[in-house]
Design a protein around this ligand. Structure first.
Ligand code: FES
Length: 528
């Protein structure tokens, strides 16, 4: 048995399962609901447990993350060890992202209530609507997060005996809760849903095979574009078209929100929806849309980086440079005394851009000590590992940023990978279309970066060439906006259902040059 003692004295026994990670076993017991685990990456440190006896041999990344003293006391990262019989103590979760919601308006008598849902790999965003008005909206973590933080690890869990059923049930239960809460709040039954998710999240929710999405050559066995019953206890759901194995209903809904929005885009333009997967559509003409996707990891969603957070009040959303060094800017307000704060994915991009400008990072993402007074001041916080240093940071260089924040070299590497993935998708789409960057009328940025990112930071880091940074439009959550639209507009629904006929997908991952092209772009300047 796995004997668990929680921080508040609860004792429980879980059945061992060598095929599961210990963190997954704990998560499935409901003990870490809402904790934004990186699920096996060994990065977030939120899955810490203390073995009461016979702790397993520590992995190098947990020695780096926890430090020698904690390791000696029996602390381990439970995502890095199998769910075997043991006795463990669970500390109070350092962080949890409870669902948040806010109400805006009341429904009028007789108006039917509907619910639009953006089903992301990391987060779920929703809006309750009546007669085209948003009555309330909210967001929370995808309840599958503890079973894999990005699409491929989620699909890996689905391939286990019973895994797909567990994943489907977790999201259906969450939808059921949202439907019940909306119904109670507005005094009527939710009559219809629209669920816009990427291809994997959609198929998992619907209980459909995801075998074609799990390994190359990738294929899509379900294409959406229909009204469907998800479960007996849920209202009928509108599922926008899935466009390719990795460009899903979130993108088709997002595109509809732009086309039917107040300022329809002019061809040619690019829409990029960035989450753990980057989905891109290059709209060339009404008859031709080119699609591409690249895995980006969960860093932009604030998961897996040392101080990563989703964008909540008190989190750092940007860093500026002042003569005194770095200065943090927060979402809505500075953190309250004692509040556990962090840095959003966009905040990390801003940090990397500031360090690059100050010369504390070079174009390869390596820490440097520049000659300028400001650069030297910031680089004073640089700690390079040595045999004698010991402690939590042994094994990699870290930059102490002040305010309790540190930036490890491995976090910079994650950011460089995100940049390389974005750069690769953009440059391959442009090459395929024969267009120069300057030919695009606009780049619409949606998803995790779509609300707060600074175009100058993206240009500085090389996500985009300067000419496109100047045409960047922060489009916000286009997937949710599209789901709202498709619940109300028969014209938009007809348009989006016909969209697959004019789409063509580039299969970047199957290109034998993928690895070389990716590595070539792991630099902090744009590579065409
Ligand atoms: S879930 Fe183990 S370190 Fe993040």
């Amino acid at each position: 048995m796995i004997r668990v003692t929680t921080h508040d004295g609860q004792q429980l026994e879980l059945t061992p399962d060598p095929g599961l990670g210990l963190a997954q076993r704990i998560f499935l017991a409901g003990l870490w609901d809402g904790v934004p685990l990186c699920a096996g990456m060994g990065k977030c440190g939120l899955c810490r447990v203390r073995y009461a006896a016979a702790p397993p041999h520590p992995a190098p990344e947990e020695i780096k993350r926890l430090g020698g003293e904690a390791i000696a006391q029996g602390w381990r990262l439970s995502c890095l060890h199998p769910a075997l019989a043991c006795a463990i103590e669970l500390p109070e979760p350092k962080r949890s992202a409870r669902p948040r919601s806010s109400a805006r308006a009341e429904a009028n008598p007789g108006e039917p209530l509907t619910l639009a849902v953006d089903l992301g790999t990391t987060s779920i965003h929703w809006a309750a609507l009546a007669a085209g008005r948003v009555l309330a909206h909210g967001q929370g973590l995808n309840p599958q997060m503890g079973l894999g933080s990005e699409v491929m690890s989620r699909l890996g869990f689905a391939a286990r005996q019973g895994g797909a059923d567990i994943l489907a049930e977790l999201v259906r239960r969450r939808l059921h809760t949202l439907v019940s809460q909306a119904g109670t709040a507005h005094g009527r039954t939710v009559e219809r849903l629209c669920v816009a998710g990427n291809s994997a999240m959609t198929c998992l929710l619907l209980g459909l095979s995801v075998g074609g999405l799990a390994r190359a050559p990738y294929r899509l066995d379900y294409t959406g574009g229909e009204d469907r019953i998800i479960a007996a206890d849920l209202p009928p759901a509108r599922i926008p078209p899935l466009l390719s194995p990795f460009v899903g209903a979130d993108l088709s809904a997002g595109l509809a929100s732009l086309v039917f929005g107040p300022e329809p885009p002019q061809f040619p333009y690019l829409l990029a929806d960035l989450g753990t997967n980057g989905e891109f559509v290059l709209a060339l003409s009404p008859e031709e849309y080119l699609l591409a996707s690249v895995p980006m990891g969960p860093a932009l969603e604030g998961v897996g980086l040392r101080h990563g957070r989703t964008a909540a009040p008190g989190a750092v959303r940007a860093f500026g440079l002042t003569p005194a060094g770095l200065s943090a800017q927060y979402v809505e307000r500075a953190p309250l005394p004692g509040e556990d704060t962090g840095i959003t994915g966009v905040g990390y991009l801003s940090l990397a851009a500031a360090l690059l400008r100050a010369g504390v990072l070079d174009e390869w993402g390596r820490f440097m000590v520049p000659a300028t007074p400001l650069g030297k001041r910031i680089a004073n916080g640089l700690r390079v590992p040595s045999a004698e240093s010991g402690g939590a940071e042994t094994g990699e260089a870290v930059l102490e940023l002040g305010g309790g924040f540190v930036l490890p070299a491995s976090d910079v590497e994650e950011l460089v990978k995100v940049k390389a993935a974005f750069n690769l998708a953009l440059s391959r789409l442009l090459a395929e279309s024969g267009l120069r960057p300057g030919a695009l009328t606009a780049v619409y940025l949606a998803g995790a970066m779509g609300e707060h990112v600074d175009a100058r930071d993206l240009a500085a880091l090389g996500f985009l060439p300067e000419v496109l940074a100047a045409r960047l439009v922060r489009a916000g959550n286009t997937s949710l906006a599209g789901a709202e639209l498709l619940l109300q507009s028969p014209e938009a629904w007809d348009w989006v259902r016909a969209l697959p006929n004019v789409c063509r997908a580039l299969d970047l991952a199957s290109d034998p040059r993928f690895g070389a092209l990716f590595v070539e772009r792991m630099v902090l300047h744009h590579v065409a």
